[in-house]
Design a protein around this ligand. Structure first.
Ligand code: NG6
Ligand code: CA
Length: 503
């Protein structure tokens, strides 16, 4: 059998070198959307069952201080793919579905770097980094997009599950579009005669709580207006299966060459639409059910790697783009049915927050037979994946703010970052060692609609995360030396002054 395979692989080209087992590993990033630090068993959840994620987390290297760059989606994804702090790009904030691509096509990206090293590169799932020039014609080839910033293959949803257009885009073309029913999208004005969440509550199967009252698709009111494209509209309840199938097909059809796959699941972002076979699976309502659903998808995906004989030659990185939120704009019982579950674990805040729960997320690496199971307290950020994974692939190139922590990600070193800038809706803070310093920020301390403390205060805040992970004691006054050091580091990196406290 072995002889047959090798003669098949190499026999036709006598010049090619036999493939060694140690040839470049495949790289898969499994990225969830709004999964909190406490949302999976391996990170302490007891009320929700995530056996497939836990198996990877416990069989791999689990980071306790692993961060997304930001507390919302677009900036975190920007940092992940470009290795650049998103606050350097004024367009890296939550984007509407009509936004132009915010990654410069000349910019070095993680997929480009891997491509240069011989990888086939693909994305399946959520994009949310803009498409085209801002005037995309959804009925033609939409460009630039993922394929112009380094992905050989893309099968994406443009923005978020709650934003139009509610269609899949395959290598720049809307999948399943009927040219006689063109798609029109507008974020400011509705199309005449089209129902909306405000005007047509009788058409809704899911009710909106705040925002989310424009066009209705599959009974769910969305952000933005859309007309046409009936045959291309996705089925919300089938989205997870649909993406899984694309991810599996991608793996099966590209295994002859090292591949990179960015598998960006849509769960547990709103609208939470579990497939009927997961409804009730968590006892926690749709938010818990879609986490269980995502967990199942991940289990199936890993099974595919295993069946294809790739698991021992594939590095899997798992993380989430930002922290958890319960009510993010729909009535879906996330608050009412939460029970004793704590999506943020011991952390304060949540999505949109400069407190820890905004950016500290589940983050682990898994590589069967290569990474020893363990736990690492090293300070690591998704922003470092670009340079670190590039290095694994054989590149010495570097993203602007992305450092090489390959050995840390592989468990060969405990060394993490010295410091990291954290971002939440354009506001910044700094983590260094055990401490985090949040400069004074204007604005309400809490976003009432989502019921999350976002970290704003007129006073500077300093917390010792080692002794006070829940950020209850502001020690800025007690620890002036540490505070001053943190302020200096912050100003040096960010290039902005920490405004004096106003109280
Ligand atoms: C907010 C939406 C929220 C979510 C978020 C983006 C409203 C009121 N809220 O503006 O529901 O879509 O944007 O989430 O519209 S993220 O994870 O993609 O950053
Ligand atoms: Ca998100």
């Amino acid at each position: 059998m072995g002889i047959l395979i090798s003669s098949f692989l190499y026999g036709c080209n006598p010049k090619s070198e036999p493939k060694e087992k140690s040839s470049k590993p495949n790289i898969v990033i499994i990225y969830l959307d709004d999964l909190g630090y406490g949302d999976m068993g391996a990170y302490g959840a007891t009320e929700i069952k995530t056996p497939n994620m836990d198996k990877l987390a416990n069989g791999g290297l689990r980071f306790t201080s692993g961060y997304a760059s930001s507390a919302t989606c677009t900036p975190s994804r920007y940092a992940l793919l470009t290795g650049t702090y998103p606050w350097r790009n004024k367009n890296a904030h939550i984007l509407p579905g009509t936004a132009p691509l915010i990654i410069d096509t000349a910019q070095l990206t993680l997929p480009k770097l891997l491509k240069e090293q011989g990888y086939y590169t693909g994305i399946v799932g959520k994009w949310h980094l803009g498409l085209g020039d801002g005037n995309a014609n959804w009925n033609e080839h939409i460009s630039p997009g993922p394929n112009e910033v380094g992905f050989d293959y893309s099968y994406i949803l443009a923005a978020t599950q709650d934003r139009v257009p509610t269609v899949y885009i395959h290598n720049g073309k809307v999948d399943g579009l009927d040219p006689n029913d063109p798609i029109l999208v507008d974020y400011s004005t509705n199309f005449e005669g089209e129902p909306t969440g405000v005007d047509n509550p009788e058409l809704l199967t899911m009710k909106w709580h705040h925002g989310h009252n424009n066009s209705i698709v599959n009974g769910i009111p969305r952000i933005g207006f859309m007309k046409g494209g009936e045959s291309a509209k996705w089925s919300d309840v089938d989205m997870a299966d649909h993406f899984l199938k694309k991810a599996q097909d991608y793996v099966k059809s590209h295994k002859e060459k090292p591949f990179f796959l960015y598998y960006a699941l849509q769960q547990p972002h709103v609208p939470r639409t579990p497939n009927p076979r997961f409804v009730g699976a968590s006892g926690m309502g749709p938010r818990g059910d879609v986490i269980v659903e995502a967990d199942w998808m991940i289990g199936e995906f890993v099974k595919t790697l295993e069946e294809e004989g790739l698991l021992e030659n594939t590095l899997i990185i798992f993380s989430s783009d930002n922290g958890p939120v319960l009510n993010d704009g729909y009535y879906d019982n996330a608050v009412e049915m939460l029970g004793d579950h704590t999506p943020a674990g011991p952390l304060r805040g949540g999505k949109y927050s400069l407190f820890e729960a905004g950016t500290r997320v589940p983050f682990f690496t898994y590589w069967k037979g290569t990474i020893q199971p363990g736990v690492s307290d090293a300070l690591v950020s998704q922003i470092d994946l670009m340079t670190s994974l590039g290095s694994l692939a054989g590149s010495s190139k570097k993203g602007e703010d992305s450092e090489n922590f390959l050995n840390t990600f592989l468990g060969k070193s405990d060394q993490g970052r010295d410091e990291l800038i954290l971002e939440a809706t354009s506001r910044l803070a700094i983590r260094k060692g055990d401490y985090v310093m949040i400069p004074p920020h204007k604005g309400a301390a809490k976003i009432e609609s989502v019921n999350i403390e976002v970290g704003n205060d007129s006073n500077v805040q300093l917390y010792n995360l080692k002794s006070d992970i829940g950020q209850q004691q502001n020690i800025a006054e007690k620890e002036p030396e540490i505070l001053n050091e943190m302020i200096k580091d912050y100003e040096r990196i960010v290039g902005r002054a920490v405004a004096p406290s106003t109280n």
